[in-house]
Ligand binder design. Sequence first.
Ligand code: SME
Length: 155
Amino acid sequence: MNKAVEFDSLLKKIEKIICDSQTKNEKLKSICKFLKNNVDHYDWVGFYFVNDTGKKELFLGPFEGEPTEHVKIKFGDGICGQAAETKEIFVVQDVTKETNYLSCSPKVKSEMVVPIFKGGEIVGELDIDSHKIEPFTQKDENFLKNVCDLVSKLM
Ligand code: SME
């Protein structure tokens, strides 16, 4: 039988992490770990933040999964940089079909990036890599948008 992901109950647990007594970075790391461990098709989960010195650049924050060489990404570059520029959720169901893509690992088959806003401004992103092709549905989008709204409270 197909195991449906219980996104509502996952969101409640994320809310608990947001409200617990850890530091901001510990909470973000816990969220990455929790998402990676509880959703089968999330194989790398991490946060990128917008450099606040006016440079149009993202830098890597807490993440869970294999280390990546992409610790800084210019706006417009790759899936993350494009999402930062358009300020919209960017879902790539098959990375071989995306020409503006920064590869972290040959295992990655698809990717989804969800912007995080504070006061109407983009302040960061949640980046999910999957080893599956076409794994993402509207439910992932809704869920991850809710996660990012919660994370925005920490910013
Ligand atoms: N693949 C991303 C780079 C970041 S890694 O997935 C961790 C991109 O194309 O922007």
